[in-house]
Design a protein around this ligand. Structure first.
Ligand SMILES: [Zn+2]
Length: 417
């Protein structure tokens, strides 16, 4: 909660810079006139602050817009080389680490395959640090030019003095991930839930762009969602809002990975779909987490000729539709974006059926005002979303860096070495 305080001229200048920067970042290239109009700033203010941002290398002039016989107008965009960010997707079956320039163009990536549920948190930190070192080397950028690392994880992320991860479904109990990473790297670290980073990426660049009230759902082995409320990610009291996968769809139903019964995830998560298919086939074949993507592709591909596949997909559509209808009734979003590898796979084949199932359960008025669409961004969206964390922090601070620009870094007090 922002504390009430006296606004100084310096604060005002910083917030004007921040508003202008957000516009240029998300909607550039823009002319100074457009920046002033959308950010609500006078021409003189825009001209001064743009001059400073160009001089500092945050924003660059990238061309001229012809203005109908008038003087051509300069077009402004963020300078991709201003700095670099790293996004980390701590997935349940693989870790993806990606390095991006300041315009979020990917420059290097590193993947390591693992099963998160059997991975010790110390080993997870090792995977992340190896990935970070690898992408910095591959991109050939100086470590001092890295603005920050955003780490997306499954489970709840509690922001205490540093971020603590509660991954109940994968056996991570109050893991102090941020402090553990700070012991290994001096780079600024931000940690958030993967559904929230996916939501932020889709809101900035994907299918939720231009919306102020949207829900982005993430379907994979786990099931989560991000609610964008009035343009901001809704977090709740301790940042755990959005655990849609653990809302109850069947009292006394199937046991969920979280330990409760009848959770949505136990019906529409990838493991649940494959287990149900095996049950219908009268088999008891265990599938490794890494094998689930292939199994789901086989089931969706076989639905015309395989009755068990058709049945399990029909059930999945019904439960998913009910879960989406709950979101429509609770939040009245203008758009629901279905993302995550499983969400994309299901919407490729079944989006009209999913919409119809949601319509059967939702109230007519909010349903008539919502679009249900497939996510735009591909399988790297969670890592891209991780990279939006340091960028968002920087833009909100008006690109006034919180650590010395000469690359000196202050080790966290939590990390003795
Ligand atoms: Zn659950």
């Amino acid at each position: 909660m922002p504390r009430p305080r006296t606004t100084t001229v310096r604060d005002l200048r910083k917030s004007n810079r921040s508003r202008a920067l957000w516009e240029v970042f998300l909607n550039g290239p823009l002319t100074r006139q457009e920046v002033g109009a959308v950010a609500g700033l006078s021409p003189a203010t825009v001209s001064n602050l743009v001059a400073a941002l160009v001089a500092e290398g945050v924003v660059a002039e990238v061309g001229l817009e012809d203005s109908n016989g008038g003087r051509p107008r300069g077009l402004l965009q963020v300078n991709p080389d201003y700095g670099y960010v790293i996004g980390v997707d701590v997935g349940e079956t693989a870790f993806l680490v990606e390095l991006f320039d300041f315009s979020l163009r990917p420059l290097a990536r590193h993947t390591s395959v693992t099963d998160l549920s059997v991975l010790d948190p110390d080993d997870a930190v090792g995977h992340i640090v190896t990935g970070i070192t690898s992408v910095i080397a591959e991109a050939g950028v100086a470590e001092q030019a890295i603005l920050g690392v955003g780490v997306a994880v499954p489970g709840l992320v509690e922001h205490r003095e540093s971020a603590v991860v509660h991954g109940q479904s994968v056996g991570w109990d109050a893991v102090p991930l941020e402090a553990m990473l700070r012991r290994e790297t001096d780079l600024p670290i931000l940690v958030d839930n993967g559904a929230k980073t996916l939501g932020q990426a889709e809101r900035w660049f994907g299918a939720a762009r231009g919306t102020d009230n949207a829900v982005i759902v993430l379907l994979g082995i786990g099931v989560g969602m991000c609610f964008i409320s009035n343009g901001e990610v809704y977090r709740g009291a301790t940042s755990s809002a959005g655990e849609w996968g653990h809302t109850t769809v069947m009292v006394g139903g199937r046991t969920c990975r979280c330990g409760a019964e009848g959770c949505l995830e136990a019906y529409v998560g990838a493991g649940a779909i494959v287990d149900r298919y095996e049950e219908l086939k009268g088999r008891q074949t265990a599938t490794s987490p890494a094998g689930l993507e292939g199994r789901i592709a086989a089931i969706t591909g076989a639905r015309e000729q395989d009755r068990a596949a058709a049945q399990v997909l029909g059930e999945t559509v019904s439960y998913l539709g009910a879960g989406l209808a709950d979101l429509v009734n609770l939040f009245n979003p203008e758009r629901i974006v279905v993302g995550g590898w499983l969400g994309r796979a299901l919407s490729d084949e079944l989006l009209p059926e999913i919409r119809a199932a949601a319509q059967r359960q939702a109230l007519r008025l909010p349903f008539s005002r919502v679009e249900i669409v497939k996510a735009d961004l591909g399988p790297d969206a969670v890592a891209l979303g991780g990279a939006t964390l340091p960028i968002g922090r920087l833009l909100s601070a008006g690109a006034v860096r919180s650590y010395p620009a000469d690359g000196r870094r202050v080790r966290s007090a939590i990390a003795p070495g």
